[in-house]
Write a protein that binds this ligand. Structure first.
Ligand SMILES: CC(C)(COP(=O)(O)OP(=O)(O)OC[C@H]1O[C@@H](n2cnc3c(N)ncnc32)[C@H](O)[C@@H]1OP(=O)(O)O)[C@@H](O)C(=O)NCCC(=O)NCCS
Length: 165
């Protein structure tokens, strides 16, 4: 049984390993393994993860059973969009997918931002499993971008939003 809790510094090595494994499983067929290595070295370094732990107006969670971390999620209030929380990351290890871990982490993240009126997420258009997950959780498509993640990534994404209560 996995419980969702706030992440801490001592989780970062496991979170990084989880992201490397889950990113290769999810994105190698779209971008190639070398590109995934390049992106994951930049976006999922321990320093990058630590900066997220320390970010204000943000929530970094893990799903933990006391021995293993099955998933991680990170959301933060947008610096540019009013009353909008950005779901930056939601990842579950392949062997634990489709067992409710993503749903439990998402349920925690969507209740952490009482000032937000909407949650926004960017999703690779070919990532049909993730699109199915977000549609099942009330998101719908509002736009698209040619540069997911950072200004120069060159990675296209659909932008989905959900109105929060
Ligand atoms: C997308 C992801 C976070 C979902 O988490 P999960 O723990 O696997 O999903 P859950 O078991 O909580 O699914 C909840 C519901 O979402 C929908 N869903 C989830 N995965 C689905 C899939 N592969 N196909 C269709 N619907 C799916 C279903 O409605 C599911 O409910 P059900 O199992 O009762 O039918 C996880 O699969 C993952 O990490 N995938 C790879 C990385 C990724 O794409 N992350 C998102 C980046 S934007």
């Amino acid at each position: 049984m996995f419980f969702v809790r706030t992440a801490s510094e001592r989780d970062l090595d496991q979170v990084r390993a989880l992201l490397v494994e889950t990113w290769h499983a999810t994105y190698d067929s779209f971008y190639g393994g070398d590109k995934v290595d390049e992106l994951t070295a930049k976006w999922h370094s321990i320093d990058a993860l630590r900066a997220r732990l320390q970010r204000k107006n943000a929530e970094f969670v893990v799903a933990d059973n006391g021995r293993e971390i099955a998933g991680m999620g990170f959301a933060a209030m947008s610096d540019t969009l009013e009353k909008t929380v950005i779901l930056h990351q939601l990842y579950v290890l392949p062997k634990y997918q489709r067992q409710g871990v993503g749903r439990d982490m998402f349920a925690e993240l969507e209740t952490c931002f009482p000032d937000a009126e909407r949650m926004r997420v960017e999703v690779e258009p070919r990532n049909l499993h993730a699109l199915a997950f977000y549609r099942a959780h009330g998101f719908s498509e509002v736009a698209s971008t040619a540069n997911c993640g950072d200004e120069h990534s060159g990675i296209p994404a659909l932008i989905l939003e959900k109105q929060l209560a």
